[in-house]
Design a protein around this ligand. Sequence first.
Ligand code: HT7
Ligand code: ZN
Length: 868
Amino acid sequence: PKAIQLSDYRAPNYQVETTHLRFELFNDYTIVHSKLELVRHQADATSLHLDGQELELISIELDGQPLTAERYVLGEESMEIHGLGERHTLAIVTRIYPAKNTALEGLYRSGGMYCTQCEAEGFRRITYYPDRPDVMSVFTTEIIADAEQFPVLLSNGNPVSETVSDGKRHAVWLDPHKKPAYLFALVAGDLKVKEDRFTTMSGRDVVLKIFVEPQNIDKTDYAIDALQRSMRWDEEVYGREYDLDIFMIVAVDDFNMGAMENKGLNVFNSSCVLANPATATDAAYQRIESIVAHEYFHNWSGNRVTCRDWFQLSLKEGFTVFRDAGFSADMNSATVKRVEDAKIMRTVQFAEDGGPMAHPVQPDAYIEISNFYTVTIYEKGCEVVGMLHKILGAEKFRKGSDLYFARHDGQAVTINEFVSAMQDASGIDLTLFKRWYKQAGTPIVSATTKYDAEAKTLSLTLRQHTPDTPKQTNKLPVWIPVQLGLLDANGNDMAIQVEPAAAWTPESQVLHFKEAEQTFVFSGVTTEPVVSLFRDFSAPVKVQFDQTPTDLLFLLKHDSDGFNRWDAGQRLMLHWIEQAAATSEFSLAPTEREALASLLADTELDAAMVAYLLTLPSEAYISEFSDVVDPLRIHTSREAVCQAIAVDLSAEFKDCYLRLCSSDEYAPIPAQMTARALKNLALSYWARVTDEGLEQAQQQFASADNMTDQMAALIVMVNSGNEAVAAPALTSFYQQWQTDPLVVNQWLSAQAGSSAMGTVEHVKYLLAHPAFDWRNPNKVRSVISIFANQSLVNFHREDGAGYALLADAVIRLNSSNPQIASRLLTPLTKWQRLVPTLSQLMKAELQRIMHQGNLSKDVYEVVSKSLG
Ligand code: HT7
Ligand code: ZN
């Protein structure tokens, strides 16, 4: 397969002014009639390129006449029409087979319903079309289907009409806003609807509807509430108002990703929208809140202003993730949200940046665009927008956002246009900043300080370097906003005066670090301070700054920046884990024990924050610090520290647990969710080292009235490694929930992700279980991805059986669902950094995949890049 290059971008020859679609849904197939009004867009252009995949062409007419064979050329995935003039009407009829569509791109069947997924290039599986985001059209959609089987027929925009005759239902929808084909959607099914309303800031009434399969109608309240809050927030914080009479969400069981922002008709993976207290955990509620917001926010950042081409994907995704992060921070705790986002960056994104699939936020080449829906495009893209926010400040950033939407409404644009709007609105030259979009890799910043007691100055020298990544060497320095503070002996922030003064923004306490090496001199520093660097995770960089355990403990206790309190704790814990690895034993020093105990007793702090402060760095994060990764050693040393903390503080964990047990009725509200997070963390430590704690877990499991507590207790029992406790709980849980697929998925994950239970043999047992289904991406993720990403000691088993299991799954899914196959592969791409024996075994599995015939583009791209 050939790579597509950004440098080859050419504007389209023709625009499609209007697109008229008529779908006739039959049991075995669907007939799609399309009528396009074409207008020449490039002077002198006479040919039109259409994309098409897995289509049966039935007829083609130009301006009402059948198009003769010499006027068009059909390729394997395309159609070229020649001899065209200024304006034409093109009518094409195709036949497609949604029931056979296992790739879940284009129009497919999920259970008894029809739905679509057109981003990025799924529309070409529906009809021949210029399937590229810079072709924007006004769509009218007619759907004709059996009236009884399909009482609900939906598409984008506003409803125009619905009639029934001769047993057929006929619905017409019109979307007045121009959009690219990737935002097209159609849904047909026997669905129930939850309805509500929203009045926009200008007083327009919008109908809100969530469509679900009948058994799920009691799981829609929270999504509606999250949607209303998102709509209000986008008006208040970004000045963005909704623009149709109706906004719809549909829940679908078989879906490759989380959700899709189709204009006026968002389609959601049911796991990202359905919740009630008995079946959904607090984590699920929070995921729903953030994904509902994310998809809704796309209405402006993505739909009204879209991407010119797929190299600009982060234009909509990075900005929209930044917007949903702001929403979640405002709805819950900003510090907790920052910690969660930094954890993902530092484990998953830094690993991507350091591996064979590393790419810039604006990539310059790809083989399969589906492989580029990555943490780099989404989360690093969000961090880059976040740095712009830090550099401009909230007010100028908002002006930049307003200018961007005003300038480009109805257009398909590039990342450059976004940065230009920010630059023009703020008057700040952002030329240097743009390097963040073009350079792959995580910059490494090293910091050294020198205190001069006589001159009362502190010099801070920063050096930056971005390592080479595939096909990118000799990287240039980037503009790094370093938010910082200096703590005096009492732990208070000192006032800051720094030279060069121009490098400092006092309002945001940000130092602008732009060269390979720079020294900044702080004056009036009367006593040697403890330095708090990169507060609020102000830049997505790796920091090398040697601070003693004493300083880290001091920051953990006193830093006014919540994020850096947590970070100091993580760095301290990393010291402990290193110590445990070096000496095979570990115990807490009295001051350390004291610090943890006082955190546990601190009722002023956000309880979720305390839970994070007391959670050890993950095995994935620890491995980021080793040049050669030995998963077993990492697991054993982390476990030793975890055990020591549990033993030393078991009484405190018990007290904390009992203090937080509450008889209030469950509600997914921040005050309760944070308390449950800490309570269940305390239970996990307590149950690890005492029979009393484990019995408490059994009791919580049996009496819980909500899934958060039931699942937390189940996981404690599973992780105890005590078969006599875990097995009966797993059986009774399955009996209780076997008819609810989303809960069963949690049951599968609890086992597959456990170091104690997620052995290769047990995962094979789960794959053969009646609850498992290879065609359903949620099931595949719940077992295989969770196993390979969480049960690391078992995945990295010394005989390579974990790798073989994953490779077998990839081979199996390669032809039925290439997107899922390719996403599963990620853990196998990390072979180069493993200890030699494991490295060879993993590489051999990649080679085995490579030698299969008929690899999809998706799998081929990842495997070939991984093998180098
Ligand atoms: N913009 C959406 C991306 C998406 C997607 C991409 C490829 C294959 C399937 C997909 N489903 C959804 C989701 C989002 O970022 O909001
Ligand atoms: Zn998105």
